[in-house]
Design a protein. Structure first.
Length: 169
């Protein structure tokens, strides 16, 4: 498949909501979960923020898991993941270190604020985006402003989900 570069995988509601009750689970469908695991298989490491580590299940990952956290407050069950690396670095420095240690294909899984930082820094090469039919959640983002430097390579519907693969211009 060749070099993918820095990837991000993200799910949002059709109104830009990125969480319901503090987690993305309500936005995810079985088709989205299947795609999520498929994308993970391309990664040499996964990168997330501390807030995501505190709200999502990261006890087991197929590749190294890098958590960027200033506070270092990571739940014990996530710390127990034998693949976990907790770094107090800014996002770009963490991405560069992860690429140096684990390879170029770093997958950013969130959260929304971390993803936004990488998008604003133009540091994501491939953005996998699931748009769910749900709306009315928290952490609403304007998709058009976040993806203005991307071109849609593919778009696919599955049930009520739309799966987009966007490539940085």
């Amino acid at each position: 498949m060749g070099t993918m570069g820095t990837m991000a995988n993200f799910v949002m509601g059709e109104d830009g909501s990125t969480s319901f009750g503090g987690t993305s689970n309500a936005l995810s469908t079985p088709a989205d979960r299947s795609r999520f695991h498929e994308i993970r298989s391309l990664a040499s490491a996964i990168l997330i923020g501390g807030a995501t580590a505190r709200t999502e299940p990261y006890q087991v990952t197929p590749v190294p898991l890098v958590i960027i956290s200033k506070s270092g407050e990571i739940p014990d069950q996530v710390r127990a993941n034998p693949q976990v690396h907790i770094w107090n670095l800014d996002p770009i420095a963490a991405l560069q270190r992860a690429q140096g240690e684990f390879g170029d294909n770093i997958l950013i899984e969130g959260g929304a604020n971390l993803l936004r930082e990488f998008l604003l820094a133009n540091a994501i090469d491939v953005l996998y985006l699931t748009i769910s039919k749900k709306s009315g959640g928290e952490s609403v983002y304007d998709l058009n402003s976040l993806t203005r430097n991307f071109t849609i390579e593919s778009s696919e519907k599955s049930g009520s989900d739309t799966f987009l693969k966007l490539i940085r211009n």
